[in-house]
Design a protein around this ligand. Sequence first.
Ligand SMILES: Nc1nc2c(ncn2[C@@H]2O[C@H](COP(=O)(O)OP(=O)(O)OP(=O)(O)O)[C@@H](O)[C@H]2O)c(=O)[nH]1
Length: 409
Amino acid sequence: MDSDEEIPTLIEHDPPPAVERASARVPLTIICGFLGAGKSTLLKRILTERHGYRIAVIMNEFGDTADIESKTVNVSSPDDPAGAQSEEVLELANGCLCCSIKDSGAAAIEKLMQRKGAFDHILLETTGLADPGPIASIFWRNEEYATGLGRDITLDGVVCVVDAFFGTQQMEEDHSDDNVGESLKQIAGSDVILLNKVDLASPETVAHVDSLIRRVNPAVPVYRTVRGDIDLGLIMGISAFSAPPPLQPSPAPPPLTTHKHTHMYGQDSCDDTDDAHMHPHEPTHYELRGISSLQVSCPVLSAPRLERLDEWIRSVLWENRLPDGQEGQGQGKGQGLSVLRCKGLITTEAGEQYVLQGVRSMYEMTKIENEAQEDIGVPQVGKIVLIGKGLDEAVRQSLEDVLVALPNT
Ligand SMILES: Nc1nc2c(ncn2[C@@H]2O[C@H](COP(=O)(O)OP(=O)(O)OP(=O)(O)O)[C@@H](O)[C@H]2O)c(=O)[nH]1
């Protein structure tokens, strides 16, 4: 055997950390929120405090080339005193990167990814009136095709900053063409909500906004903050698009106290003319200007029933109708069926468990690997949460039929 044929000795070595980091996908968090709610304040805190995370922050409206100077957080860094005016990626004293550029968000991120390895997480701020759904879809879809940015980035979650003082009023006044309002779409499409500026609002006002949020999106954790002071571990690294929804029912929101509140958002009318009376039982199915949520518990499913559920989801998400052709009717407004966000945890008779995640018409059912099942201790009974328009009793009934009532064939 000549020397060329000798079996080479394996030398074990750990890849240098920078190489390891460069090969991993970087998680991206979308930060949306109501106008003036405190998004920039949150980002400025992240960019200037010593927290040990290496975060790249992109502050710009996604895809917008309009004036951004007014959106730029003036971050001064001892290493780059002129940095706030620069359009380049700034490296800040605490290890974060700040990117405030005029070209499109995709270009900004591509530029940022040339520095891959220099940061562990990306935060992308949208403007106060952006619906996060389409942006989330872009990154989520990219991941699936694993080309371009999708090779480098994984969508971690959507965080929404809500103004505790003006939140109720903003939801009330925010009318868009489809009569839903971007603020409600932001709440519907978020995985975490920061109820900010709680120092400015009375406890009753804070509780009321909190209650509205939970009624639109019952699966979302809501953290009350002042000037965006939050443990970063609660908003980053949450894997919202691969984790199951919270298994415990969210804490019951405080009841809406008076009729005045409930009627403000165009709920069905009530015969009682006393404005101060309490509703003894708040409906679990709640509708706020057309957007509502539906939660259905999901028993252990046979394989055919899982297939039928998949068909049901395809019909509802892709065709905006129930599989039997009977469209859900939006309460009071005649709006059609349209799902903005769905999540679920499904267990099968074969002992497999799936996480359902959907943003608008896109969805995936991902099998939880056995080890992960053990880690998170997933129980046998799952649930399905839908957030969107037209989610009335006909939709609930139809879903329950698929999960429970129809023959288990
Ligand atoms: N009292 C109080 N003021 C706050 C808090 N958070 C932010 N602010 C102030 O509210 C104002 C708006 O905050 P920003 O962080 O600029 O809000 P934004 O969401 O980035 O605003 P837009 O980008 O215009 O939508 C600023 O003057 C902040 O200093 C808070 O928790 N309490």
